[in-house]
Design a protein around this ligand. Structure first.
Ligand SMILES: *[C@@H]1O[C@H](CO)[C@@H](O)[C@H](O)[C@H]1NC(C)=O
Length: 177
């Protein structure tokens, strides 16, 4: 009995007790949109933009991100509506209002995190590959990753696939970027 308790304690301190995921086997993309619940309108917009601008396996699809920002009203004429974000997010998570402050925090964090990446992307942008603004794509990727990793328990799908995907994101940092 005491041994079991100490194993539990050790496991809660050292996450190595969880089987390390195989980093060459990324989870299916559906998992990333389903595990941390999104309100219906957000799901529809993501689906719509994925249809118009299919995500690419090997490089970023900047138009996909720009499409999401346009459709949601986060971006108007190419300008991100910072002041309206709390209202827009409250609409997305209308049945899960406890999630809104976390989402706002993650957007703030991501705005700071993507700055150096944006500079790097703009410097190395492949000629004419994609005419869209890279910022929305970088911000949404960061946002969904952060929301996924810090998903409130109330909206987390506690399934084997979802938990595995979270371990993958935590332990295989290469795949976050
Ligand atoms: C987003 O909106 C801007 C400004 O209205 C427009 O120029 C751009 O083409 C739109 N982007 C996409 C991917 O639909």
């Amino acid at each position: 009995m005491f041994r079991n308790i100490s194993v539990l304690l050790v496991c809660s301190v050292f996450t190595q007790c969880l089987a390390n995921p195989d980093c060459s086997q990324p989870p299916k993309t559906e998992v990333f949109t389903d595990c941390c619940a999104q309100a219906g309108i957000m799901k529809d917009i993501l689906k719509d933009c994925n249809k118009k601008f299919p995500p690419q396996a090997n490089h970023d699809n900047f138009c996909n991100g720009e499409c999401v920002f346009n459709e949601t009203g986060i971006s108007v004429n190419g300008v991100i509506q910072k002041d309206k974000l709390p209202v827009i997010l409250a609409e997305f998570y209308q049945d899960m209002l406890d999630v809104v402050p976390i989402a706002i925090e993650m957007i703030g964090k991501c705005t700071r995190m993507v700055e150096p990446e944006l500079v790097r992307v703009l410097e190395n942008k492949p000629d004419k590959a994609d005419d869209c603004n890279p910022l929305p794509a970088l911000l949404s990727k960061c946002f969904f990753t952060e929301m996924f990793l810090h998903c409130p328990a109330s909206i987390w799908q506690n399934t084997e696939n979802c938990n595995h995907a979270k371990e993958f994101l935590k332990h295989c940092p290469k795949h976050q970027g």
